[in-house]
Design a protein around this ligand. Structure first.
Ligand code: 3PG
Length: 213
């Protein structure tokens, strides 16, 4: 993991997910998140316009750290890196994604949900992993168990995280950051209510500071 991402996540260990519909909306959502105090933002490759949106957000907001999520293949990783992604997140562990990300000098977070998967990632030399889908894979208790054996690994739990359970995950020292889409509700964005996104981001910052300070 590079020092830049660590230094940004240290003070605010929350990574919001942006599901991009079009570049203008994606930029407005990212701006709203930044206004709420979240600087590390994951744009997920789940729409046809995702790469275009990722490039637009990365170019418009150089002060933020924009990464790509739902990176499923080497080609996705290559396109995301070309579009300016500064980190790569996958739902699972795929060696070609890891290989391409590292070749481009990007921190990579492959998804793991079991000890076997975490061990496979560890043996690829990785020390940062996404724990996904966090709530269904056992939540903080499972993460605590994994952390007791993978002692040098930092996890980013994602999947089922909300303002209600954020503190439970952040209480674990092995958690680098929590990721989630609760910060970017589709209904608010569809209504142009970007203030709601800023409010949710600010709420997460308060929760994180309280538990980590
Ligand atoms: C992911 O891509 O990491 C998950 O779909 C996010 O899960 P969430 O929508 O429950 O936050």
């Amino acid at each position: 993991m590079n020092e830049l991402i660590e230094s940004k996540l240290g003070p605010c260990p929350v990574v919001p997910l942006v599901v991009p519909s079009d570049p203008e909306t994606a930029i407005r959502v990212a701006r709203a998140l930044l206004a709420g105090g979240l600087e590390v933002i994951e744009v997920v490759l789940r729409t046809d316009a995702a790469i275009e949106c990722l490039a637009a957000v990365a170019e418009s907001l150089p002060e933020a750290m924009i990464g790509a999520g739902t990176v499923l293949s080497r080609e996705h990783a290559r396109k995301a890196a070309d579009a300016g992604a500064r980190f790569i997140v996958s739902p699972g562990l795929h060696e070609a994604v890891v290989d391409e990300s590292l070749a481009r000098g990007l921190p990579v977070f492959p998804g793991v949900a079991t000890a076997t998967e975490a061990q496979a990632a560890w043996n690829l030399g990785l020390r940062t992993m996404k724990f996904f889908p966090a709530s269904l894979a056992g939540g903080p208790a499972m993460l605590k168990a994994l952390s007791s054996v993978f002692r040098d690994v930092k996890f980013m739990p994602t999947g089922g995280i909300s303002a209600g359970n954020l503190a439970d995950y952040l209480a674990l020292p092995s958690v680098l950051a929590c990721g989630g889409s609760w910060l970017t509700p589709g209904s608010a964005i569809a209504q142009g209510n970007y203030q709601e996104v800023t409010n949710l981001a600010a709420e997460a910052v308060v929760i994180a500071k309280k538990i980590r300070d």
